[in-house]
Design a protein around this ligand. Structure first.
Ligand SMILES: NC(=O)c1ccc[n+]([C@@H]2O[C@H](COP(=O)([O-])OP(=O)(O)OC[C@H]3O[C@@H](n4cnc5c(N)ncnc54)[C@H](O)[C@@H]3O)[C@@H](O)[C@H]2O)c1
Length: 315
């Protein structure tokens, strides 16, 4: 790997991006964070990284950063990440998640970026009923939400920029990522949300019967996939998950193992539009990228609870 590489991390003040920034610094690279701090936080950003508070919708501001630093790589994570907000505000979602990636792609070509790695979503890409579980990348995408439609558009634009302008890329489709620095205050990220409530002794509500299945992948494993993709997996799409599914009830029970919390969960109405089941086939990432998850669900949950305990999620 190029030790002196300058790596633009859009969304680098967010949950996954800030963990990537730390790993890049450990590898001796220089992370250049571009983030508007809409959901990310300055305190997440390692002080050894360069930080620009910048909206990816504003290409002029973005270009000043590219012109100044001539980055070697781009890891594109900045996004409007809420599926339900995308349903309520599809135009805003489009501006950040489609126009935003286009701006970053234009500049990546103009300034000769060596590789572009895109954070896409395996959780929303395969639609309501992919029929095969774990689901491989070869299943025809069928996203139903504007968020998913925008992620698929981003993927298609990458192929276009590769074919027409020679930009090298890798697409990573994540399962449900969890771990340190995930916001417990949003509507996504059930592990962070439950952990905060349970640490504070606040009742936990499970939407529906709690048997909605997801592929939960620990953030450090996602970080590792991004670092590998700087050099490997050109022109490929990889699911990044664990190949196994856990229910929301499993999440609740696993957290209970680590948190002194007695009450049973309260079961509320199901959330409209929630997919019943999503599990990703990860064999392609294992075979081509040489990537495998290191964290079991139990180990990842343990690390996450430890982080929330140490970082003030208790009253
Ligand atoms: N967390 C998951 O389970 C998951 C699953 C699949 C894909 N992803 C993708 O991974 C990426 C990172 O997600 P995350 O979970 O770390 O969420 P996050 O909200 O913590 O990170 C997103 C970051 O993008 C920034 N951002 C938003 N709009 C911006 C704009 N207009 N200009 C500049 N910066 C902007 C936010 O401030 C934030 O720091 C996203 O692209 C998301 O779609 C996440």
């Amino acid at each position: 790997m190029d030790q002196k590489a300058k790596v633009v991390v859009t969304g680098g003040a967010g949950f996954i991006g800030s963990n990537i920034v730390d790993a890049l610094l450990e590898e001796g690279m220089l992370p250049i964070v571009i983030d508007d701090l809409s959901t990310g936080e300055q305190k997440n950003v390692n002080e050894k990284a360069l930080m620009y508070q910048q909206d990816i919708r504003d290409i002029k501001g973005l270009e000043e950063i590219f012109e100044k630093h001539h980055p070697t790589y781009v890891l594109h994570l900045a996004a409007q990440i809420s599926v339900s907000r995308s349903v309520r505000e599809p135009v805003y979602d489009e501006e950040v998640n489609i126009k935003g990636i286009l701006n970053v792609l234009e500049l990546s070509v103009k300034y000769g970026v060596k590789k572009f790695v895109f954070s896409s979503s395996g959780g929303v890409m395969y639609g309501e009923n992919p029929e095969i579980f774990p689901t491989p990348e070869t299943i025809c995408p069928d996203p139903v939400s504007p968020y998913g439609i925008a992620k698929l558009s981003g993927e298609k634009y990458l192929k276009f920029y590769n074919r027409e302008k020679g930009l090298r890329y890798t697409i990573l489709r994540y399962g449900n990522v969890y771990g340190p620095r995930q916001s417990p205050d949003g509507e996504a990220g059930v592990i962070a949300i439950f952990a905060k409530k349970m640490l504070n002794g606040v009742p936990v509500t499970i939407n529906g019967d709690g048997e909605y299945i997801r592929d939960y992948v620990y953030v450090k494993d996602v970080v590792k996939a991004n670092l590998l993709a700087l050099e490997k997996g050109d022109g490929e799409i990889f699911n990044i998950g664990t190949g196994t599914g856990k229910s929301v009830n499993d999440v609740f029970n696993a957290l209970k193992e680590h948190i002194d919390y007695d009450p049973d969960p309260i079961y509320g109405p199901p959330r409209p539009g929630d997919l019943r089941k999503s599990i990703l086939d990860i064999s392609r990432a294992q075979n081509i990228l040489g990537w495998s998850p290191n964290y079991s669900f139990e180990k990842g949950i343990g690390e996450t609870v430890k982080y929330f305990k140490e970082n003030g999620q208790t009253i």
